[in-house]
Write a protein that binds this ligand. Structure first.
Ligand code: TMP
Length: 215
C-alpha cells in the first residue's frame, strides 16, 4: 500500500519491447481490477488524448517522419505525455481511479535515452517537465529476449511494422537491457515478469504482484 493520501488512485504503467504482449495483459488487468470493484481507466502512449493520438500518427506512421531526428522524437513523445497527464491521468487519480497506462516515462528513458543515445540529462529533464508530480506507483515490465520480440513483430499478419518497429535487432537488445537496468535501479517501483511464459501464466504473475501493491 502507498503511504500517501489513500483517496488518490493508482497509476500502473506497463513497459516492454514490441511484441511483449503488454496490450493483452493490460486488458486482463483491467477486467481483474473491475471485478474487484475498482474504477479503471486504460490509456496509452503515445496517444490517449485527441492531441496525443495526432502526435502518435506523426511519430509512428507519417511518411515525412523518416527524416525525424532523435531530439524531435523525444520532444514529441514528451508533448503527448504532458497532455495525457493533465487531461486524463491526473483527473482520474484525483477521483481515486486505477489508471493502467500502456507505456509511460520509462519508455522515453529507454528508447530515446538508451537506444537512441540521447544524453540522460536532457532526457530526465524533459521527462520530469512533462509528467510534473505524476510518477507511476508500479511499473510492470514484460521481459522478452530481443529476438523473440523481433520475430513476433515480423510474423504479425494484420499489420505492417510502424517506424519504431522497423528498427534492427540491436535496437531491440538495447531496449531490453535498458528496461532491466531501470528495474534493477528502482526495485521498489518495478516488477519484471517473464514474457516467454504462457499468456495465462503472465497474467497470473502480474495480478499476484499488483494485488500485493494495490488491492
Ligand atoms: P506501442 O504503443 O505499439 O507500444 O508503440 C509505441 C512505440 O513508440 C514503441 O516502439 C515504443 C515507442 N516509444 C518511444 O520510443 N518513446 C516513448 O516515450 C514512448 C511512449 C514510446
Amino acid at each position: 500500500m502507498k503511504d500517501n493520501d489513500d483517496t488518490r488512485g493508482y497509476l500502473i504503467s506497463f513497459e516492454g519491447s514490441e511484441g511483449s504482449g503488454k496490450t493483452t495483459q493490460i486488458s486482463q488487468m483491467a477486467s481483474h481490477f473491475e471485478s474487484a470493484g475498482y474504477d479503471v481507466v486504460v490509456t496509452r502512449e503515445p496517444g490517449g488524448t485527441p492531441i496525443g493520438e495526432e502526435i502518435r500518427r506523426i511519430l509512428m506512421h507519417a511518411t515525412e517522419s523518416v527524416n525525424m531526428f532523435p531530439e524531435t522524437e523525444l520532444l514529441l513523445f514528451a508533448a503527448s505525455r504532458a497532455q495525457l497527464v493533465r487531461e486524463v491521468i491526473q483527473p482520474a487519480l484525483d477521483e481515486g481511479k486505477i489508471v493502467l497506462c500502456d507505456r509511460f516515462m520509462d519508455s522515453t528513458t529507454v528508447y530515446q535515452g538508451v537506444a537512441r543515445k540521447i544524453q540522460s540529462g536532457p532526457v530526465h529533464l524533459i521527462n520530469t517537465f512533462a509528467v510534473g508530480e505524476v510518477v507511476p506507483d508500479v511499473t510492470v515490465v514484460i521481459d522478452i529476449p530481443a529476438e523473440v520480440g523481433f520475430e513476433r513483430i515480423r510474423h504479425r499478419v494484420n499489420d505492417l511494422p510502424d517506424r519504431m518497429e522497423a528498427e534492427n535487432i540491436e535496437f531491440y537488445q538495447k531496449v531490453r537491457n535498458g528496461y532491466l537496468m531501470l528495474a534493477k535501479a528502482m526495485p521498489e517501483r518495478f516488477v519484471v515478469v517473464d514474457g516467454e511464459l504462457s499468456e495465462k501464466e503472465v497474467t497470473s504473475q502480474i495480478w499476484k504482484e499488483l494485488r500485493k501493491r494495490v488491492v
